[in-house]
Write a protein that binds this ligand. Structure first.
Ligand SMILES: [Zn+2]
Length: 231
């Protein structure tokens, strides 16, 4: 894409793994300018590969071949510290602290081809296109319940929320957590993991309570994976 502007950050080092994940974030600061300044400040020790402004402008802050510092302490599907194998995309939004609001149409229009290129170049499995809250459920809420995952799913860029043939397996809560861990989540903080799962797959009710709908969605996600429908 030739409409990406370089706005490079010094906050990166060498990758220790091949790229197999994409982590989506919101910036969670008052405005784009302060977020960009923070991500370029050597003292912040944080960065991302790409940032998408509210008008859809994409900034490249770290080259994909390098490790950006966006996810912090994190875990997904057996991988600890996901920075080493992921591309991090920050989408400008004040976030829950400063006035969370829907992402703009321009941001989504910019994200989709950017993400499609990354997924294609590195053969990223769809189930490894995740939110920051999925990989750090006890610490993070981003990109949050207003993020349009269904739109990414329609473009084949993220796992869709299962909606057909849903059956409640009536697992115990312990059984649900085991299944959630098998899907990829760090479940050591159980309630946080349940809320992260809800934020991603059942965002209309974020109560941290395991119910029949949560169980049915999770069962279907695991069955789809085992049947090879989603990798
Ligand atoms: Zn984040």
């Amino acid at each position: 894409m030739d409409d990406i502007i370089d706005s490079l950050s010094p906050n990166f080092d060498a990758r220790d793994q091949a790229i197999s994940m994409v982590v989506l974030h919101y910036t969670g600061m008052r405005d784009a300018e302060s977020a960009i300044a923070w991500l370029r400040n050597p003292e912040s020790r944080v960065s991302c590969h790409y940032l998408i402004a509210e008008d859809g402008q994409i900034l490249r802050m770290v080259a994909e071949e390098n490790r950006a510092w966006h996810a912090g302490l994190s875990y997904w599907r057996g991988i600890s510290a996901v920075n080493g194998c992921s591309v991090g995309i920050e989408i400008v939004n004040p976030g829950h602290e400063f006035g969370y609001r829907p992402f703009t149409e321009e941001q989504m229009d910019a994200l989709i081809p950017l993400l499609a290129g990354i997924v294609d170049r590195h053969q990223v499995p769809r189930a490894n296109v995740v939110g920051h809250s999925d990989v750090a459920p006890a610490r993070k809420q981003d990109p949050g319940e207003l993020f349009d995952w269904p739109r990414l799913a329609r473009h084949g860029l993220a796992v869709a929320r299962p909606s057909r043939d849903l059956v409640d397996p009536h697992w115990t809560d312990g059984g649900f957590l085991l299944a959630l861990e098998r899907y990829g989540y760090d479940v050591r903080s159980a309630r946080d993991a349940i809320i992260a799962f809800q934020r991603r797959f059942r965002p209309e009710t974020l109560d941290g309570i395991i119910d029949g709908e949560c169980r049915a969605i999770l069962l279907q996600l695991l069955l789809d994976r085992e049947r090879g429908h989603v990798i």
